[in-house]
Design a protein around this ligand. Structure first.
Ligand code: CAO
Length: 570
């Protein structure tokens, strides 16, 4: 015989009488533990209230637009087995249970431990301290979390910000959250950088001017109620602005969801869309790019209905010619523990972001890989001659700098390789600039910084930028802009070994050059074999844009130019 349980609003900090902006269940619905029931929104933040247990909704005590405070009943659940487990937030009376604290944990200081899945804002804390027209903007109350990593800094010194503009993004092991500006003003000093770790009360930046009331003096950041409070909307997924690995730029390839062609998610736009955590979750599930959805809620906030409506209209649109149709069969799930011991290891944040993009490129772009080799004997002599000079100029001269220069020349000669297929599938967008990305192997996964306007740069300058961007990549200090705007990518595994490989195109680019380790090879010259240093080249290209003959011409051109140092450096 199933028992009934009333699920109440958990401790939501100092907030009372909070508006319900969304009711995510209806009577008769079966819910799982952690499924969001309602979304609350204060003037500072929005948060989902998840179900403490699995069960059937047999009574709904709230409605959209209503207001609730801690302890108010949200739903009555019919649960199997009496719901004997005490909920994470504790019992609030017989037959009653508080929903788990609106999650993720960083937001809550005193209430129950966080559950993954939904997301409130950090509770108001001392977000700003005012001194002589300038205010220190500090990390607000982020619950029990200490020393949380800054994965993105959205502003720089001199920037003018509006109230609520995101300043930094923090990421704990549970959630990512933006810390928005408490007021409009000008950033006169930035006190933190990407990769730094911060705790509540740490100063993020100094803001000059501002339209918020100055805060009264007070000792501890958690005491009192600051006049200017920060808000944040943590998500149950990584904040994507921090990484742009492998395939994907601002406009990814078409992705196919449930057999319908939907545009790929623009991660940067997605991260900054005005939507609550459960809407983001829904959008993720449906593969909807939130940056493309018009919000019908308060201040343009995107609602569940907006996301569903967008999907409906997308389904009704004809698939772009560039997209593929048909859903892919799923890979079977296997319980490996039946065969031996296993352990679960989470993918890194970069891998979680890169994976879907690599997949999207792989399934949407017909890849062909052309192999060739370049004689770089002369180039290597020149590189060794120039190495010391380069070191004096602060650069480490590796073959990659020469290869990038050769690529610019090849892209100039073959403009199709410097293009992207237009979303209508009927024309090419040919770029007149030469920005080349290069894959960097980092402890967190693969990232692709981009050297901009390579055509106007000397070999040493290219070598220096290569070194600087590689270092930034390895130390997690790349800004989003460092990874944007690429036209073509080089993936060099030359320092590691190997012969040939088939790199995945960094869509919406149309080709990628894979470079493997140079090796000495006997080459027949007139009457005898002579040792020549040979560089293996693997060019993957989008066969919709480039045909095989053109690909061979491109790799031949590359090989010729790499073997002719005078032309290469001209
Ligand atoms: N053949 C032979 N030696 C090579 C070489 C090649 N093709 N490429 C580099 N080397 C040598 C360099 O000359 C250097 O030796 P010296 O110090 O004696 O000159 C040594 O290998 C180390 O080079 P490096 O790796 O430090 O520097 P790089 O400029 O060649 O590469 C970077 C920089 C960032 C591209 C590289 O470190 C890296 O991360 N590569 C991995 C990229 C990757 O994972 N791609 C796979 C993506 S999946 O498609």
């Amino acid at each position: 015989m199933p028992d009934r349980m009333e699920v109440c609003v958990p401790d939501i900090g100092d907030f009372t009488d909070v508006e319900i902006i969304d009711v995510l269940v209806k009577e008769g619905d079966e819910v799982a533990a952690e499924d969001p029931l309602i979304t609350l929104e204060t003037d500072k933040a929005s948060m989902d209230v998840p179900s403490p247990q699995a069960g059937k909704v047999v009574g709904l005590a709230v409605r959209k637009g209503g207001r609730v405070s801690e302890g108010d009943v949200i739903v009555t659940l019919e649960i199997e087995g009496g719901g004997s487990e005490e909920g994470p937030a504790g019992q609030s009376g017989e037959g009653k249970q508080q929903a788990p604290a609106p999650e993720p944990a960083p937001a809550e200081r005193e209430p129950a431990p966080a559950q993954a899945g939904s997301a409130p804002a950090p509770k108001p804390g001392r977000a700003a301290r005012q001194a002589q027209g300038r205010r220190e903007v500090a990390v607000p109350d982020i619950g029990d979390f200490q020393s949380v990593e800054i994965i993105e800094v959205h502003v720089q010194q001199g920037d003018t910000v509006a109230a609520e503009d995101p300043l930094i993004t923090l990421e704990s092991d549970k959630a990512a959250m933006d810390v928005p500006s408490p007021a409009a003003g000008k950033v006169v000093e930035l006190k933190v950088g990407k990769g730094d770790r911060v705790s509540e009360g740490d100063v993020v930046l100094i803001l000059e001017g501002g339209d918020a009331e100055p805060e009264g003096a007070g000792p501890a950041p958690t005491e009192g109620r600051p006049a200017a409070e920060a808000k944040a909307e943590p998500e149950d997924e990584p904040t994507e602005a921090a990484a742009a690995p492998a395939p994907g730029g601002d406009a990814g390839p078409a992705a196919t969801v449930a057999g319908a062609a939907l545009p790929a998610v623009g991660e940067f736009g997605f991260a900054s869309a005005h939507a609550g955590p459960s809407v983001r979750k829904l959008a993720r599930e449906l593969g909807v790019d939130l940056s493309r959805v018009r919000g019908s809620g308060v201040k343009g906030r995107i609602t569940h209905e907006d996301v569903k409506g967008w999907v409906k209209s997308a389904l009704g649109r004809p698939a772009p010619a560039a997209a593929v149709g048909g859903a892919l069969p799923a890979v079977p799930e296997v319980d490996f523990s039946k065969f031996g011991a296993t352990e679960l290891q989470p993918l890194s944040r970069v891998q979680r972001i890169a994976g879907p993009r690599l997949h999207a490129s792989w399934v949407n772009l017909p890849h062909v890989t052309q192999f060739d080799e370049a004689d770089i004997t002369e180039m290597e002599v020149t590189r060794k001659d120039l190495k010391e000079e380069a070191e004096r100029a602060g650069a480490r001269l590796t073959p990659l700098a020469f290869i990038l220069r050769a690529c610019v020349k090849a892209l100039t000669e073959f403009p199709q390789f410097n293009s992207s297929l237009h979303p209508d599938g009927q024309q090419l967008v040919v770029k007149k600039y030469y920005n080349i990305g290069f894959a960097v192997d980092t402890p967190g996964g693969l990232v692709v910084p981009v050297i901009k306007e390579l055509d106007g740069k000397t070999l040493l300058r290219v070598a220096r930028e290569l070194g600087e961007l590689s270092e930034k990549a390895r130390t997690g200090k790349l800004a989003a802009a460092d990874m944007q705007g690429g036209n073509f990518t080089v993936s060099s595994l030359g320092s590691l070994g190997g012969t040939y490989f088939t790199p995945i195109i960094n869509a919406p680019e149309v080709a990628i050059l894979g470079v493997s380790r140079a090796h000495l090879k006997p080459v027949w010259e007139k009457k005898k074999f002579v040792p020549r240093l040979t560089l293996p080249l693997s060019l993957s290209y989008d066969h919709r844009v480039i045909d095989g003959a053109l690909a061979v011409r491109f790799t031949r051109f590359l090989a010729d130019i790499l073997s002719d140092v005078d032309r290469l450096l001209a």
